[in-house]
Each structure stands twice: as C-alpha cells, then as structure tokens.
Design a protein around this ligand. Structure first.
Ligand SMILES: NC(=O)c1ccc[n+]([C@@H]2O[C@H](COP(=O)([O-])OP(=O)(O)OC[C@H]3O[C@@H](n4cnc5c(N)ncnc54)[C@H](O)[C@@H]3O)[C@@H](O)[C@H]2O)c1
Length: 324
C-alpha cells in the first residue's frame, strides 16, 4: 500500500514511525511547505519522494491513502483535492480552526463516499471502551473535566485564527470523548480570559483560561475547563463521571471506578495511535471501515461543539446546537 504524508512536523513523524513498522505499507511521498524539508523527512523513511506542491505530488504518485497532519488553518484545499481524486484520507484533529471549512468538506463527502478517519485517538484506548460500557450501565447525572497544560510553542498555536484556540485545538479530545460516551450536545455556554501568556509571548491571541458548560440532549450536564498557562512539564487531563453507580474517572494513567464497596483501577494496555492507524489502513485495504471509531462526518459534530463554545465565549450568550 502506497501512503502519502502531508506535513513534516511532530505528528507527521509520529504517524510515519508507526507506518514504518507496518508490513506491506510504504511511505511513498511527503508534501511540506518546503521541498527541502519534505525531502529531508522523506529520506528518513525509506527514500520516499518529497514535494512542496500538493497537486504535483498527487499527479506524480499513485497513492492508496494520504495522512493530513497540518495545523488547523491549513485545511480545505488538501481535503478537496483528495476527495476529487477519490483518495481515502486520515486527518489529524481538529478538522479546521472554524466550522466553515469542515462544512464544505462534509458536503463534498456526501456527494462522493470515501473512507476517512480522524485522529481522535482517545477513542482507541481500551480503558475508553471500558468507560463506555460502564456508563451505559448507569444513569449519568453529570460529568466534569479539565485539560490543563502549557502552551505549545509552535507559532500557529498561539494565534486564535490559526489554531482555533484551546477548546478547538486540544480540549476537543475531551469534548469528543464526552460525545462518544454521552451522546450529542444540545447547548453550550462558555467563558474565556487572557491571564498570562499574552504578557509572556508576542502575538498571543488565543485565550489561556476557559470554562464551558454543555447541556447534553439526554439532560446530562457537563462542565469542562482548560488552561494553557502552566509551565511545561506539568499537566492534568481528566474526566469524571458522576452516576447512579458511583464515580468513574478517566485520566492519562487509565480508568478508576469508585463504588460504595470498592475502587477498581484499569490501565491502558494498547497504544491507541497504533490501533487508529491499523483501523484506517485495514479499511483502505479491505473496504471494511467498521474498526474506524471517528469518521470525518462524526468528527464534524465535535467541531460543531467546539465552534459553538468559541461563539458563546465571544458573544457571552448560550449557543444552541443544530444537531444536523
Ligand atoms: N492526536 C494527537 O494526539 C495530536 C497530537 C499533536 C498534534 N496533533 C495534531 O496534528 C496537527 C499537526 O500538528 P504538529 O504537532 O505536527 O504541528 P507542527 O507545527 O509540528 O507541524 C505542522 C506541519 O504542517 C506543515 N504545513 C502547514 N501547512 C501546510 C500545507 N498547506 N501543506 C503541507 N504542509 C503544511 C508545516 O510545514 C509543518 O511541517 C495539528 O492539527 C495537531 O492538533 C494531534
């Protein structure tokens, strides 16, 4: 299987490493913002060809699948070209910095059915499968969660128009997990503020603290908070679910179930990134997409929620979701 990679940054590398360990998969071509960077990246992975023009790469190579690992602002034309040519793609989250581009891509995908997969890798954790099962067995009252970390120092991340900001760029993982386990969102209310990062770095337009309340269609209330102002190396990423059976907590180390009788801990035993790559390439190879846990269409709904959160914070109003 011949695979193309778009982007030469940190996450292209993460996927390229996984692809390198797979049999019958060859990283055939890499496209970056400069040919030199793309060629340097490509040469590390079995002599793949490097390009700085997407159309040139797609015209020159016969690719079975393409990975898109570019910053949120760079989406749109890449997906349009792949859909037009009928090439299945894996795209890293988030789908874009806003909802407009994913809306156009969704329309194109409705006209031309294609295997797609989105990098919401938390869904592939075995502890998330256990979490989903546990929550299905109980009546959920509410959930709380936090994505507390430091600001990624790549220049696009601090620019709200380019990255979408903390909810769109990173907390999107938690919002996606909330949707995956609790269903669709009905309305959101959010607040955001600038506390520190704009004073410490130039050109920071992304807020560094935020909090959102989500009312789910089921009636469950969810409250999520985030920051990107912590010093590097300190983080707290977690969700807590409060339900008729007790408390279930999910964090980077795994799952904890607290009932009146006992506390049970479950750790992750699989690499979710390997599982999501396997699921996508299995679908491309066989046409069976049942192992893909996040399609473009599903991820669009997560993007709809993060966009609604940004809209609520900007307007200071509750935003209803369309739920299309
Ligand atoms: N799922 C996860 O856990 C996870 C973790 C980290 C990053 N990501 C996501 O992966 C994406 C990329 O992040 P990263 O850390 O690799 O960023 P990065 O800044 O390290 O790299 C981005 C790359 O995209 C390239 N690029 C930009 N516009 C392009 C275009 N039009 N055509 C070709 N290349 C282009 C840049 O030159 C750069 O090589 C982001 O959306 C990020 O959210 C996901």
């Amino acid at each position: 299987m011949k695979v193309g990679m778009i982007g030469t940054g940190g996450f292209s590398r993460m996927h390229a490493e996984i692809l390198a360990d797979m049999e019958e998969v060859k990283l055939q071509a890499v496209c970056g913002t400069s040919r030199a960077k793309a060629e340097a990246f490509a040469s590390e992975y079995g002599g793949a060809n490097g390009y700085d023009q997407l159309v040139e790469m797609l015209d020159s190579e016969k690719l079975d699948a393409v990975y898109i690992c570019v910053p949120p602002f760079a989406h749109g034309e890449i997906e349009r070209q792949l859909i037009e040519r009928g090439i299945p793609f894996f795209v890293e989250k988030p789908l874009a910095a806003d909802l407009e581009v994913p809306g156009e891509i969704m329309k194109a995908l409705q006209k031309k059915k294609l295997i797609t997969s989105v990098g919401y890798h938390f869904r592939y954790r075995n502890t998330v499968a256990a979490l989903k099962k546990e929550l299905e067995a109980h009546t959920i009252g509410m959930a709380t969660g936090s994505w507390m970390g430091s600001m990624p120092l790549v220049s696009w991340w601090r620019n709200r128009d380019a990255s979408g900001g903390q909810f769109v760029e990173q907390t999107t993982h938690l919002i996606d997990l909330i949707r995956y386990t609790l269903g669709e969102v009905e309305e959101v209310y959010a607040v955001e503020a600038d506390r520190l990062m704009a004073k410490q770095h130039e050109h920071v337009t992304a807020p560094d603290v935020g909090s959102a309340v989500l009312k789910m269609k089921s009636g469950v209330i969810v409250q999520l908070s985030n920051t990107c102002m912590l010093p590097a190396g300190v983080s707290q990423i977690e969700l807590q679910f409060f339900h008729s059976g007790g408390i279930t907590k999910m964090d980077q180390s795994g799952l904890t179930k607290c009932t009146p009788a006992m506390e049970i801990k479950e750790k992750d035993s699989v690499n979710p990134y390997i599982r999501e790559n396997d699921a996508f390439l299995h679908a491309v190879r066989t046409g069976d997409a049942s192992k893909i846990l996040s399609s473009y269409e599903d991820a669009w709904r997560t993007q709809e929620v993060t966009s609604a959160i940004s809209k609520s914070a900007a307007s200071k109003k509750t935003v209803q979701l369309g739920g299309k």
